[in-house]
Design a protein. Structure first.
Length: 390
């Protein structure tokens, strides 16, 4: 049974499953290597495409975990006949994250309708899973043959079986192959016997039910993405530095109320960091009124802004440290966008560790890479506490 490429989070949002992330990494590497072979190595288009078609089988041999895409880079270089693995690494580092995000978006766009049709179908029943799980068994089963019922012949066969089979032994010989239904019944007989009848409880929306506590209840959804938060803070910062009060006012009024509230929280955290007292209960109540959100959403937004502020500061410090060690400013600027994607409040830490390594391949100054890694690697591990990622 194939694993679904996406999954649904408790708050209702969709994300790539582990199988989906693996598919996205393979597709991304496939596209990049084919393009690199054609453009950098001048490999004929037909030959480059042939290499791309062979890549899945090749990766199945060398890739056991996501980190292997980084660790096995010399193997990928040999695969496309690139003698300079460092040059390929710089190209992969520069292009991997932007291409990966495009692939992920396309996968979600394609798979969400399929996922809804299969897993959110109101007529879906457990037998659907059994059919999918044993599809091959059903397809290869021999056709049913009709045999008239003969009580005397059946009694005689049972008598012979009882005589030939000792207690505790199974009948020997090559009898007819059991049908799939017989296999399922024999394997899951106890479950069928002890199963309770299905009961339907309509969703009234009042929060009542048989769940224990909050188990199974959707959590408060994410209020603002890290990317949107950074964009608001940076845009407002540019207006302030330019002393463009009119431009700032026009921009502020153009953004959604939740983003306005996020900037309000940001300024309050800045004041608190400077030693000023903030009456948070009053400020949260103001946000609830202005953004027209409930207490759960207002508090969730406050927690997100607090976490994003810490992460954004770490990214700025890391890039500044890299430039101090010789990283070109242009590279720092292009790397910044990739880091925003990596440190987004979504995904899992394992994938983010690999993505960070892949992006830093483009930093060819060892001292600069070491300076950036020394700041961002620990910050990445803190995302578990800041975002709740696993």
């Amino acid at each position: 049974m194939l694993q679904p490429l996406i999954s649904k989070k408790s708050e209702g949002a969709y994300e790539l499953s582990e199988a989906g992330v693996e598919r996205a990494y393979l597709t991304t590497m496939q596209r990049l290597l084919v393009h690199y072979a054609q453009q950098a190595l001048k490999t004929p288009a037909a030959e480059a495409q042939a290499l791309g078609q062979k890549l899945p089988a090749f990766t199945a041999q060398i890739i056991k975990k996501l980190d292997d895409y980084f660790d096995q880079l010399p193997q990928f270089a040999s695969f496309i006949k690139e003698p300079n693995a460092g040059r390929l690494g710089a190209y992969i580092g520069q292009n991997f994250m932007p291409q990966l995000e495009k692939v992920k978006e396309k996968l979600l766009e394609t798979e969400i309708p399929r996922y809804k049709a299969e897993y959110e179908n109101p007529y879906r029943v457990p037998t659907n899973d059994l059919i999918m799980l044993f599809a091959g068994l059903f397809a290869s089963a021999p056709p049913l043959t009709y045999k008239p019922f003969d009580p005397e012949a059946e009694a005689e066969e049972k008598l012979k079986a009882a005589e030939l089979v000792l207690p505790g032994e199974s009948p020997a010989g090559s009898g007819p192959k059991p049908q799939p239904g017989e296999t399922l019944l024999s394997r899951y007989a106890s479950f069928f016997i002890t199963a309770r009848p299905l009961m339907y409880t309509p969703d009234t929306g009042d929060g009542t039910g048989d769940d224990d506590g909050d188990a199974g209840m959707p959590s408060v959804p994410q209020q603002i993405t890290f990317r949107a938060f950074v964009q608001v803070i940076n845009t407002v910062g540019r207006y302030i530095r330019a002393k463009d009060q009119a431009g700032y006012a026009k921009y502020y009024q153009s953004i959604p109320a939740v983003q306005q509230a996020a900037y309000t929280y940001y300024t309050l955290f800045q004041k608190e960091a400077q030693g000023q007292t903030v009456a948070w209960s009053e400020e949260i109540h103001k946000v609830m009124q202005r953004a027209q959100v409930d207490a759960g959403a207002a508090n969730k937004l406050k927690d997100e802004v607090e976490a994003y502020r810490k992460v954004s500061s770490a990214l700025s410090r890391a890039l500044a440290a890299g430039q101090q060690k010789g990283m070109p400013p242009q590279l720092a600027q292009s790397l910044y966008g990739q880091l925003i994607t990596i440190f987004e409040n979504a995904g899992n830490l394992g994938e983010k560790r690999t993505a960070l390594k892949m992006s830093l391949l483009q930093v060819t100054v060892p001292e600069a890479k070491e300076a950036i890694t020394s700041i961002l690697a620990p910050q990445l591990e803190e995302l578990q506490g800041l975002y709740g990622l696993q």
